[in-house]
Write a protein that binds this ligand. Sequence first.
Ligand code: FAD
Length: 329
Amino acid sequence: MNDVLILGEVKEGSLDMKTLELLGAGRKLCGDLGSGLSVVLMGDELSKAVDQVISYGPDKVYKLEHPLLRGFKTDLWVESLEQLCRQINPKVFLMGHSFIGMELGPRLACRLNTRLTTDCIDISIDPEDGVLLRTKPVSGGNAISVFKCPGEPQLATMRGKVFKPAEPAEGNGEIVDMVPEIDESMIRVESMEVVKEEIVALDKADVVVSGGAGLGEEDGFEMLDGLAKALSKSFGNVMIGCSRVAVDKGWISSDHQVGLTGTIISPDIYVAVGISGAIQHLVGMVNSKKIIAINNDPGCNMFKVADYGVVEDFEEIIPALIKKLEELS
Ligand SMILES: Cc1cc2nc3c(=O)[nH]c(=O)nc-3n(C[C@H](O)[C@H](O)[C@H](O)COP(=O)(O)OP(=O)(O)OC[C@H]3O[C@@H](n4cnc5c(N)ncnc54)[C@H](O)[C@@H]3O)c2cc1C
């Protein structure tokens, strides 16, 4: 049975490890539904990614390989997925809440006349009727709602870093080769490559030093850069994060934003400097292993989630911290 299907993502020929979280989520549903777990992979060269995904024990892997599926092209990808869904009729279809999932999910829901729930932080099956229950933050993260929608496939995009990744598993997963019927005339949205001077992969950092409105001006980030450099001598990969206010003020690019509408992270250490701890920020970093807050307001919300707090003007404490770290390294 193809009841639960997930969209695996492939990066430069290899399986994107985010797919393992979807496999974990999908496997949980299969247990409740008593159904099989299938994965669809799309691209122009998928052999390596198929071998990788099969070692996590899915029952089937749909390999949608086509020269035109090289790189992400919204129209061709959604067309290929529509063809697959019409052929195999999955009951549930899960995608990551990634750029790809956010592009494809709404389009596919519209084409298949079904409903999509985005950015889910939990999913389960209602034992009464076998329908998917989709849990997600609403009202800017101030409340959590559970949605239940008619229509199949039951389509959801899943937030990253909330599901335990699947473990390698034995299995005799079947590989199904499918060649979608697509051609260049179907391309309506062109993609272009944006070359960035700097790639910010906040979710891969061991330590994130974040600045907020409390820095007062753009120059405050120079001081945070100094702290990041000093920390990197002892703590690995250190990156600069920020609150949305810092982005809105134009002090730093949105690639650095942590939170509901930024990146969700769980580094070993998160240092929040001049950040009040609004719920939309907290949802992005509250799973960090150790949280250190520097803020001159002892009543600020960030101290409620912090493991260590320093009530002080950041301009006083950060140079002292840098000096101490340099003495110790
Ligand atoms: C739909 C929606 C989505 C959002 N998504 C995000 C998101 O993804 N990420 C995000 O961050 N926000 C998000 N926000 C905005 C969020 O609600 C807050 O407005 C924002 O997080 C506040 O940023 P801040 O803490 O830097 O600023 P403020 O709330 O203004 O806090 C500044 C802090 O700095 C302290 N401070 C001031 N001077 C100093 C000093 N000299 N030394 C030390 N501390 C000092 C102050 O005591 C204060 O606590 C979202 C809002 C909405 C409505």
